[in-house]
Ligand binder design. Structure first.
Ligand SMILES: NC(=O)c1ccc[n+]([C@@H]2O[C@H](COP(=O)([O-])OP(=O)(O)OC[C@H]3O[C@@H](n4cnc5c(N)ncnc54)[C@H](OP(=O)(O)O)[C@@H]3O)[C@@H](O)[C@H]2O)c1
Length: 197
């Protein structure tokens, strides 16, 4: 089954590119409907298709790449998640002032998880600029590092396996609470690294 992507902007397209590189099909959606995604689908190439926002959550793995303030509204009323895997690639930054959102002391992915009840959330793909995330992860005799965190080992295996197949070096930082170690802004590991092992 295809990997679903909610949000077809910079990061949504970058994740789509890497899932295609990993040999998966992708189904991608934005707020305006699949008929507005023709250019994006053409750019992504074979294996990519557009869908409505409500159709994407039927995929077993769904990435969410939406500006933080818009996430609650965008995800409200979607079908039940029923244990499906959700990738949180988002950074808790408010717009248009680009300030850190008030998370009440929780990691941003713990807050995010409340918006996808019943999903197995994996935080990853949030620390690289979209243009870097979309590029070939094999560079300078090494592989770009993506950190991930999540409470479900099977979900991390599935998501980590896809990004590793695309070429990334995945580093598991433990439970979703540890998402605070690689969240933007401000976390110690929220930086671009290349691994040579
Ligand atoms: N840009 C980066 O380099 C970067 C790096 C790391 C992490 N991130 C994080 O990734 C997330 C996405 O950032 P981005 O740069 O990809 O944003 P973006 O280019 O502005 O794209 C946002 C996407 O979300 C959709 N969207 C917005 N509001 C929506 C709503 N209410 N309902 C449904 N869809 C909605 C938009 O749909 P329309 O196209 O129809 O408006 C668009 O497809 C953010 O949380 C950001 O912090 C970004």
């Amino acid at each position: 089954m295809a990997v679903g992507i909610l949000g077809a902007g910079n990061i949504g397209q970058a994740i789509a590119t890497q899932m295609l590189r990993a040999g998966e099909e992708v189904v991608i959606a934005n707020s305006r409907g699949p008929e507005t995604l023709g250019e994006v689908i053409e750019k992504l190439g074979p294996g990519a298709s557009a869908a409505t926002f409500a159709e994407v959550p039927t995929c077993d793995i769904v990435a969410v790449a939406i500006p933080w303030d818009h996430i609650p509204g965008a995800l409200e009323g979607l079908p039940e998640w029923n244990g499906r895997i959700v990738i949180d690639a988002n950074n808790a930054v408010t717009q248009p002032d680009f300030k850190a959102a008030d998370l009440g002391g929780r990691s941003s992915s713990e807050v995010f998880a409340d918006f996808v009840p019943g999903a197995r959330v994996v935080k990853t793909a949030n620390i690289l600029l979209a243009s870097v995330l979309a590029a070939d992860p094999v560079v300078d005799s090494g592989r770009r590092v993506l950190f991930m965190s999540g409470d479900d080992a099977g979900a991390k295996d599935a998501v980590g396996g896809l990004f590793a197949t695309a070429g990334f070096r995945m580093i598991d930082l433990g439970p979703l609470e540890n998402g605070r170690l690689h969240q933007v802004p401000g976390a110690p590991l929220a930086r671009s690294l290349i691994a040579t092992d």
